[in-house]
Design a protein around this ligand. Structure first.
Ligand SMILES: Nc1nc2c(ncn2[C@@H]2O[C@H](COP(=O)(O)OP(=O)(O)OP(=O)(O)O)[C@@H](O)[C@H]2O)c(=O)[nH]1
Ligand SMILES: [Mg+2]
Length: 486
């Protein structure tokens, strides 16, 4: 299965490196490289058995100039990444030789590949389904080992298998509905409406479970958005630096040092954390600081998790109390800093019953999750309080455990059927709505023709995840978010 045109791109990252790879895929891949490659042992690419490498040089066919010393991998369709003929030219990894070789290949008849076009061909040629193709980019972008593991499981088909099972159940149910429509009164092998409803409820449960896994899954892919919030000078930037183990943010004894949100990635017990240090919150006149405070509040609003930092060496301020109240609507950990100094803070006076109690419910991130998940968000919150010294780096392990714990407590960790993409969640939600409508129709004894429509809608929604029914513009959007050369 070969597409008409042959595509080419530099597949390795820009910059200077030991080797660089120019990749070609398509019907004329061998012929195009043959024109510019001189094997040291006079071997021809076409005559080389598949999955072998040839050593030689890239020669400019016009000037006969030697461009670079290379190894060329020859991979013949159909056992290749794209299912087409593929050649990979391994040259030295500098932008100049790579660009020059790419130009020769393009002059020889290849077309510059669009971002993700190799993977798109793998999808179009049936080597990967859409969820698997998306996993490829997730592996490349993986933030931690955990993220990588989940993406590899998805590439191997863990999610797709689940989706296929749901599809089969939907198709079976649809067949029963058809039989019911065609032979309503006869004693033909079909299900009673009640049994259909039971099956539909089962399908719903599976959909719900997958949607729930996305709370953990999306964090694995995108990171847990964590905002460090507090009054000026309580040690927010010191905490960021202590967690990062280097002096990223400026720390001074002057309140109002941090003016803008500083964002960094951290790996906390395998959980990718997007941590944000923010400007201290207080009433200010200074325009720049005022804008900083505005951004801090916005960061707090957007965060999945708030680390509310208080200064343990001082009594609680009014601002602290206001922030504790604000944090009460979020998933938050109260961090009492400066434990190395004599402690004056009386946190119990503000949240007596809550002190030291671990929050039981995992609060989902600010993604639009349906039904159940949203209820959890409104449940009464318990704060967890951790005492640390950012300066002396004590108490940080407990804080890290707590941060990771907030994610893991509600997760299906260890399971491989984890949904990590918003696109997938939306498709699952759509299917869930259709199943709702199906069940309602059964309950209300609606005309069975409507039952079929609901099941068809659910099937289409589910099919989108693995690319069965996905419209072209969505496909193009997905693949265009890939890197060039993948
Ligand atoms: N003794 C002690 N001092 C600390 C600790 N953490 C921070 N400090 C000091 O507190 C002061 C303020 O620290 P920062 O980290 O800049 O505080 P901040 O919350 O980022 O302040 P703004 O950016 O102004 O909002 C500095 O002088 C730090 O050295 C701690 O654990 N113990
Ligand atoms: Mg600061």
């Amino acid at each position: 299965m070969q597409t008409e045109d042959t595509i080419a791109a530099i597949s390795t990252a820009p910059g200077h490196s030991g080797i660089g790879i120019i990749r070609l895929s398509g019907r004329d891949a061998f012929e195009i490289v043959e024109k510019i490659f001189l094997s040291t042992r006079q071997k021809k690419i076409r005559k080389t058995p598949s999955h072998r490498m040839l050593y030689g040089h890239i020669i400019d066919p016009v000037t006969r100039e030697t461009i670079d010393e290379v190894l060329v991998s020859v991979m013949k369709a159909p056992n290749t990444y794209t299912r087409e003929d593929i050649v990979e030219i391994n040259s030295h990894g500098g932008p100049v030789p790579l660009r020059r070789i790419l130009d020769l290949v393009l002059n020889g008849g290849a077309r510059l590949a669009e971002p993700g076009e190799f993977t798109q061909r793998a999808f179009l040629n049936g080597r990967l389904d859409l969820a698997q193709a998306e996993a490829v980019i997730d592996i490349i972008n993986a933030l931690t080992e955990q993220s990588r593991k989940t993406a590899v499981a998805q590439l191997k088909g863990a999610l797709s298998k689940n989706i296929q099972l749901i599809r089969e159940e939907l198709i079976e149910l649809a067949a029963f509905v058809e039989a019911y429509i065609d032979f309503p009164d006869e004693d033909i092998e079909t299900l009673s409406l009640n049994d259909m409803k039971k099956r539909a409820l089962n399908i719903q449960q599976t959909l719900q479970k997958l949607i729930e896994s996305s709370r953990y899954g999306m964090i694995l892919r995108e990171g847990l958005k964590t905002a460090i919030i507090g009054r000026p000078n309580v040690g927010k930037s010191s905490l960021l630096n202590a967690l990062l183990e280097h002096d990223r943010a400026i720390v001074t004894e002057v309140p109002g040092t941090t003016r803008d949100v500083i964002e960094e990635y951290l790996n906390i017990n395998g959980i990718p954390v997007r941590i944000m240090d923010t400007a201290g919150i207080r009433d200010v006149k200074d325009i720049a600081e005022k804008e900083g405070v505005k951004r801090s509040l916005k960061a707090m609003e957007d965060a999945d998790l708030v680390l509310l930092v208080l200064d343990g060496s001082e009594a609680l301020h009014e601002t602290d109390k206001e922030l504790i109240e604000k944090a009460g609507t979020k998933h938050a950990i109260i961090v009492i800093n400066k434990s190395d100094l004599p402690q004056k803070i009386d946190i119990g006076s503000v949240i007596p019953a809550k002190a030291g109690i671990q929050k039981k419910e995992w609060i989902p991130p600010a993604y639009d999750l349906p039904g159940q998940a949203c209820q959890a968000r409104n449940d009464a919150e318990e704060f967890y309080i951790v005492s640390i010294s950012a300066k002396k780096e004590s108490g940080l392990d407990e804080l890290k455990d707590r941060i990771a714990g907030t994610v893991l407590s509600g997760s299906t960790e260890g399971g491989t059927e984890i949904v990590t993409s918003k696109r997938h969640v939306q498709a699952l939600e759509k299917a869930l709505v259709s199943m709702d409508s199906f069940i309602k129709a059964v309950d209300e004894n609606t005309s069975p023709e409507f039952l079929s429509v609901d099941l068809r809608d659910a099937l289409d929604a589910i099919g989108d995840i693995i690319g069965i029914t996905t419209p072209d513009d969505i496909l193009n959007k997905i693949f265009s978010s890939f890197c060039i050369g993948k």
